[in-house]
Write a protein that binds this ligand. Structure first.
Ligand SMILES: [Zn+2]
Length: 296
């Protein structure tokens, strides 16, 4: 029997050049990049956790479809409401039973949801913090672009051009993520697992593969013309094999790896320093079984 994994933490830094992965919004013809204020008052660039979670969700969904993993009616079509649009859940009055029904869907189980009736929420088993640019290692530029308005060709030059401003950002971003295999398929009302061990393991591997997919290619806003140039990546995968949370120290700190290595046993740390090694180390996680509460 292979070893069980309770929780997995992934921390690291990734260099992304000339991207515009998410933005604050558009005011007039200017699109504002996301700004993060750090505790020491420094301002830096960021990519929101929502954006990163969305990337993981989409990768998970594609892989789940390919592998014919059970998804609810809403998740079959990647609807953001998830279980809230699953009639098999919303027709049930009893919360525990509604949750049992919802947990049959791999995507609802892994990424969480909110159901209005009956009132029911599930916290995601995967969490992402903001990817935050190291304050000394980011640059931003606003580029002015013009495009010819459709149907305006042949008119005076002044009237046929639309001017708009687009941000382009480059930086080394610190990222953090947590995955809780112990909660896969766990009904957190009666604390019983809904899917069998085999299905829990299948969902576990889907999560790992979705991490691999998102690291291989970052999806997000404005990739049509701002496809990110990703290059250097480094970091640690931290594993907890018993019911203790993994320590997360932000890669915003220069010595984050040294500190984590002082806290966590060597056998529970996997290092990576390139995309190749990151993908290899993620694959190694597949030798574990998701932890089962009260099963020892
Ligand atoms: Zn679902």
């Amino acid at each position: 029997m292979s070893e069980e994994v309770y929780e997995i933490g992934i921390v690291g830094k990734i260099r992304i050049d000339a991207h515009s992965l998410n933005n604050e919004g558009t005011v007039g013809n200017v699109t504002e990049p996301r700004t993060i204020m750090l505790a020491d008052g420094r301002k830096t660039d960021g990519i929101s956790g929502e954006m990163l979670k969305h990337m993981h969700t989409e990768a998970f969904w594609q892989l789940a479809k390919e592998r014919n993993v059970t998804l609810c009616q809403a998740c079959q079509m990647l609807r953001p409401e998830k279980a809230n649009k699953n009639p098999n859940v919303t027709k049930v009055n009893e919360v525990k039973e509604a949750l049992n029904e919802a947990l049959k869907c791999a995507l609802c189980d892994i990424h969480g949801f909110l159901v209005e009736k009956p009132t029911l929420s599930r916290k995601s088993t995967i969490e992402f913090g903001w990817a935050i640019a190291i304050p000394e290692q980011f640059y931003r530029d606003i580029h002015v672009h013009t495009r010819v308005a459709p149907g305006e060709k042949g008119k005076e030059a002044e009237t046929e051009q639309m001017i708009y401003n687009r941000p382009t950002r480059s930086g080394v971003y610190a990222f953090i993520s947590i995955f809780q295999p112990w909660r896969i398929g766990l009904n957190e009302i009666n604390y019983e697992y809904v899917p069998n061990d085999e299905d829990r393991k299948e969902r576990y591997e889907l999560v790992i593969d979705a991490y691999k997919a998102m690291l291989s290619r970052l999806e997000g806003a404005m990739t049509t013309t701002r496809l990110p140039h990703t290059s250097e990546i480094e970091g640690l995968i931290i594993i907890a094999t018993n019911a203790m949370p993994v320590p997360l120290i932000s890669p915003l700190k220069d010595d984050y790896k040294v500190q984590i290595e002082k806290i966590v046993e060597q056998k529970n740390i996997q290092k990576f320093n390139s995309l190749v090694t990151a993908l290899q180390e993620l694959d190694k996680l597949k030798t574990y079984q998701p932890y089962k509460l009260g099963a020892t």
